[in-house]
Write a protein that binds this ligand. Sequence first.
Ligand code: ADP
Ligand code: MG
Length: 138
Amino acid sequence: MKIETHNAAETKAIAAEFAVTLKGGELVLLIGDLGAGKTTFVQGLCAALGVTGRVKSPTFSVMNEYVADHRAIRRVIHLDLYRFTDESELRALALEDERRPDSVVLIEWPNAIAYDFVADAVVTIEHASGDERTIRIE
Ligand code: ADP
Ligand code: MG
């Protein structure tokens, strides 16, 4: 699927549509430059899964956890690997423990490290011009 959005609200709406396809247990990668809208997409996705409260970029915290209110999904795990330089940092997170049937794991900047994630979906956001973004979900 490929779609153009013209503002952050539209990107959040696309994320909410994507959220409908989630059943729990998924790993989703978010690819795109700084400011592309990855975190904005996560905010829309979290809202659609019933997360209340502010969803912030985990650039410094690396991993944030949110409580969801959805029939099957109870937690959203949001990571940003932007500052990672090698795979050992990933191992230290013990991410496999976070992949549960009642959780969705969302990873920004998976390409910061060489690790080959086995993902259920890849969201690629391209900054076209101004507020226009091209979003691809595969
Ligand atoms: P990333 O996580 O990819 O670095 P963010 O989501 O943090 O990016 O930031 C994207 C910025 O671009 C936000 O300030 C958002 O309001 C703005 N923006 C403007 N137009 C769009 C759009 N069409 N989709 C997503 N974000 C947009
Ligand atoms: Mg971000």
